[in-house]
Design a protein around this ligand. Structure first.
Ligand SMILES: Nc1nc2c(c(=O)[nH]1)N[C@H]1C(S)=C(S)[C@@H](COP(=O)(O)O)O[C@H]1N2
Ligand SMILES: [Mo]
Length: 435
């Protein structure tokens, strides 16, 4: 069934004359699956065996006749997956600035492989010698402290699955015409990881925050010295100095050897390569909270300090570039998340928002983490408009695109969380539409 929507893989396979993963599937599993589908009164997609009997006798594929290759110290993805890559966008002549986006539509589950985590750098990825890096906590504290990586590794660690989303993510939706691009190219400034590190409150308590302190100015050790004002309450709540990402040392692109992780807050505030936390009683009005990351309102005023990311969802399967292969069963699936907590529900509409159905949420549903939703769909071959709408546990509902756009000055693109729509044409083509 899944093979139908995994069209990109089919395309690659068609070009190379190879079979897709499902076509190579094990006989037993396929037969079982087919039986299950048929007994449920469902016509199985791609039900004929293309190669399952190859395993028998002299017809066996080469990889069953010779020993496989040897071990590798650090594994890499299958060569058949080489198209699953981040898409890079940076200005000419400035290789260190810009973004690379996660190919969301080519991934499953909720954890982004570290090598595909989106990147946003303001002045490149610094090559930091961990032995020479320290995190300084100073300002309105009883005793300033410096923490080396070795010292931090001796503190109690916590592990949390959290998303990071750039507040500029999906900014293309403020355009008059819907961008015809893949979901990752539009929405891929979003990734989810398992982060492990030291609770920031532990370190601040050790330094002893002075009465009257309200803000913490976080600064990175990159050539942008990126700085942001963070509310002290957030630093004392669920903020973490992250040292590990999906079980291994945090990648250079994500802040090696340490980054500030502020669960649910806009990506920019999650200062990478963190070197300094200056405890103060006022904001610093850093470049990245004045010239950037503010929102222009219809009256011409700018709104500053929009910290949490709103409730949001995306349909990834099907989505642009993954055209349907004829009528039959598909799984509509995608991701939902909220900076305020857990996702309470995701509704899916197949008729441009006239009617909505509850999608199933794949466990675990964690706070400030990506949540996978799924809904089966028997597509009869008629044009359709697919939409998804997330509601979080605080009751925050994803607004329509029109309602979102109406809040701001024309062209304001930060914190887009409007409902997105895919138009399915009778021939199965998937287009980005405003509905
Ligand atoms: N020191 C530093 N921290 C930084 C940045 C940066 O350029 N320098 N970029 C910020 C922005 S705008 C975002 S969206 C996130 C991106 O995190 P990622 O590159 O790990 O995905 O990091 C933030 N932290
Ligand atoms: Mo960002």
């Amino acid at each position: 069934m899944g093979a139908r929507v995994r069209n990109s893989e089919k395309e690659t396979a068609a070009k190379s004359g190879e079979k897709t993963a499902a076509e190579k599937g094990l006989l037993g599993r396929r037969a079982l699956l087919q039986k299950a589908l048929l007994s449920a009164g469902v016509a199985a997609a791609g039900a004929s065996f293309a190669h399952a009997d190859d395993d028998v006798g002299t017809n066996a594929p080469d990889w069953m006749k010779t020993p496989g290759r040897t071990f590798t110290p650090y594994g890499v993805p299958s060569k058949w997956q080489e198209k699953v890559q981040r898409t890079i966008a940076n200005p000419p002549g400035r290789p260190g600035t810009g973004v690379s986006r996660t190919p969301l539509q080519r991934l499953e589950g909720t954890i982004t492989p570290a090598g595909l985590h989106f990147e946003r750098h303001h002045n490149g990825v610094p090559d930091i010698d961990p032995a020479r890096h320290e995190l300084l906590i100073h300002g309105m504290v009883k005793r300033p402290l410096a923490f080396s990586l070795d010292v931090l590794l001796r503190y109690p660690m916590e592990t949390h699955i959290r998303f990071v989303e750039c507040s500029g993510n999906s900014g293309g939706y403020n355009q008059a015409q819907p961008p015809q691009a893949t979901s990752g190219e539009i929405n891929g400034l979003l990734s989810g990881s398992e982060w492990t590190g030291v609770r920031l409150a532990t370190l601040l308590n050790e330094a002893g925050v002075a009465p009257g302190a309200k803000w913490v100015i976080a600064e990175g050790a990159d050539a942008a010295a990126m700085s942001r004002s963070i509310p002290l309450v957030k630093c004392m709540d669920d903020a973490v100095i992250a040292l590990f990402q999906n079980g291994e040392a945090i990648r250079p692109e994500q802040g090696y050897p340490m980054r500030l992780l502020l669960p649910g807050f806009e990506g920019n505030m999650n200062v990478k390569w963190i070197r300094r936390l200056n405890v103060t009683d006022s904001v610093v009005d850093a470049r990245d909270e004045t010239s950037h990351y503010t929102e222009l309102m219809p009256g011409g005023k700018a709104r500053q300090f929009m910290f949490p990311m709103g409730a949001k969802s995306l349909i990834l399967k099907p989505s642009f570039g993954m055209n349907l292969q004829g009528p039959g069963w598909y799984e509509v699936s995608g991701l939902a998340w909220s900076g305020a907590g857990r996702i309470a529900k995701v509704e899916v509409s197949k008729d441009a928002g006239k009617t909505w159905e509850l999608a199933a949420l794949t466990a675990p549903v964690l706070p400030k983490a990506l949540t996978r939703f799924r809904l089966p769909w028997d597509w009869k071959g008629q044009p359709a408009t697919l939409m998804s709408r997330a509601t979080d546990e605080t009751g925050d509902v994803q607004p329509t695109r029109a309602a979102w756009v109406a809040q701001f000055a024309v062209g304001q693109g930060y914190h887009f969380n409007g409902v997105q729509a895919w138009g399915i044409e009778a021939d199965g083509t998937v287009k980005n539409v405003y509905a």
